[in-house]
Design a binder for this molecule. Sequence first.
Ligand code: CA
Length: 228
Amino acid sequence: MRLLIVEDEKRLATALARGLAAEGFAVDVAHDGVTGLHLAQDQDYDLIVLDIMLPGLNGYRVCAQLRASGDETPVLMLTAKDGEYDEAEGLDTGADDYLTKPFSYVVLQARVRALLRRRTRSAAPLLRIGDLTVDPGARRVERAGTDIALTAKEFAVLEHLALHAGRVASKAEILAHVWDFAYDGDPNIVEVYVSALRRKIDVPFGRRSITTVRGAGYRLEAGGGRDA
Ligand code: CA
């Protein structure tokens, strides 16, 4: 899952980005409305955290422009203090929820999760690939009824493969959805995570559900026969 934070208070933006990244989200940050709008239009985000009082273009206008162009990415609006912000106006511009500063990180995290759940529930409640079940809302994975513990990043990679089960996902595509804009490290990091996933979701169950397609990427399939 990839998130965009548009917030001009840099310390707050950095703190939110760190917290959400630690949970396995890919997070991009913009510090003004114009940059935020451009990123939102260019990239494929699962959710946008959008401050209202922003230099350049305010959050209301960013949200209104996105909605006017048919972009339905969930938007969680932030406001500086109670009263400055008219909730009705924010929701009129197409925001899905709002949060008044100061807020605790725990509350923000809960709202983000709630919005993402609302979205995944309407789109794909549970992803089933054979006897492998990936639950994006609860962030749980099980194979043949056995719970599998994954790290946040491992889950994010598996979730992407599961959303596109049966077709090849390239390393570049996985990087774009799971790592953030600022990641400029080795794309082979994807291999490391795929290997870790195999050790957890396949090997103990005698399966080979993640296929490496040379020069193309990875494919998750139900087939992936038993080794033994
Ligand atoms: Ca602000």
